[in-house]
Design a protein around this ligand. Sequence first.
Ligand code: HEC
Length: 133
Amino acid sequence: MINSTIKHLTFITLIIIGFSISFTSCYYDVEQELYPKPIDNGISCDTSTATFSVKIYPLIQSKCNSCHSTAISSGGVSLEGYNNVLSAQQNGSLMGTINHSNGYNAMPQGAGKLSDCEIANLNTWIHAGALNN
Ligand code: HEC
């Protein structure tokens, strides 16, 4: 009697182990579902914080100010501070150079084009009025 109970329990345990192995082996991670990528890869881009202080100026500082500051104004252009960035935005040269549009030198010079997500943040900021926010 005890012997057959043990046999039953062993049998049931083996079935459970078998099932869990077959389920775990089917488990897989889809990288793009776990870690959404920026819009460049067609997934997502967070433009909800596209303000001058949070997204725009840090981007200009890291990608442009090395050549466009008050001290080093390549091509006569300084992008140091809100007013200078705003006037480049207003005369069209900010997005003309960043988008590699005809008639503008492609910026940032000597480096890759800004990512689609960075450009989407710039456009969001501009469409919201290019505020000093
Ligand atoms: C490695 C240096 C360098 C970096 C980084 C750089 N620029 Fe320039 N930029 C230049 C030079 C040099 C010129 C002058 C034109 C030329 O010789 O190509 C220029 C010209 C410009 C002009 C004048 C318009 C035109 O078509 O020439 C604008 C606007 C501009 N850059 C914007 C930017 C922006 C925005 C960034 C960052 C996304 C940036 N630049 C990054 C070197 C740089």
